[in-house]
Design a protein around this ligand. Structure first.
Ligand code: SF4
Ligand code: SF4
Length: 159
């Protein structure tokens, strides 16, 4: 991750109270979805995931049975073999990658299974979705992983 993105993530770590007060203010804002969705578009015009890959290095997705089917087909191995080789279950019983960084994170931060990547990878960091307040507890956490989410909070603080 390039230094400026590291600084964004650090901002989120050292401004937890500020983020909480931004979230508190957002609770009464009827236009919060539109604001966050617009900021998502703006921020991702600048942020280059290929200069970051922090989500693929540190967090990783939950994998659905559809994801497992698609990825094992891509790798031309049986689903059982895929599960044994790459996955474990977390404390909630969901499938996650056994090791981090993600085994499919390639050199130069490219995803080597991009076309068949898990649904959760496609959706991360979820700031382009509706119902932002319903997932705000996750967005709050993601601000410590994703510089784009941190930038969204920093911008929200100004408007
Ligand atoms: S599957 Fe691809 S996009 Fe998903 S965590 Fe791994 S490298 Fe990242
Ligand atoms: S989604 Fe966020 S954490 Fe993941 S690579 Fe892009 S900027 Fe980095």
């Amino acid at each position: 991750m390039i230094d400026s993105y590291k600084n964004d993530v650090k901002w989120s770590e050292s401004n937890r109270r500020r983020i909480d007060s931004i979230i508190q203010k957002a609770r009464n804002d009827k236009r919060i979805d539109q604001k966050i969705n617009n900021l998502h578009e703006e921020v991702f015009e600048e942020v280059d995931c290929l200069k970051c890959a922090n989500c693929c290095e540190t967090t990783g997705p939950l994998l659905t049975s559809m994801d497992i089917g698609r990825l094992s087909k891509n790798l031309k191995i049986a689903e059982k073999v895929f599960v044994k080789q790459f996955l474990r279950t977390d404390e909630d019983g969901d499938f996650v990658f056994k090791t981090m960084p993600c085994p499919f994170l390639g050199e130069d931060n490219y995803c080597t299974v991009y076309e068949d990547r898990p649904k959760a990878c496609r959706a991360f960091p979820h700031t382009d979705q509706k119902g932002q307040m319903n997932i705000m507890h996750l967005t709050r956490k993601n601000a410590k992983v994703c510089p784009a989410v941190s930038k969204i909070f920093q911008q929200l603080d100004k408007i």
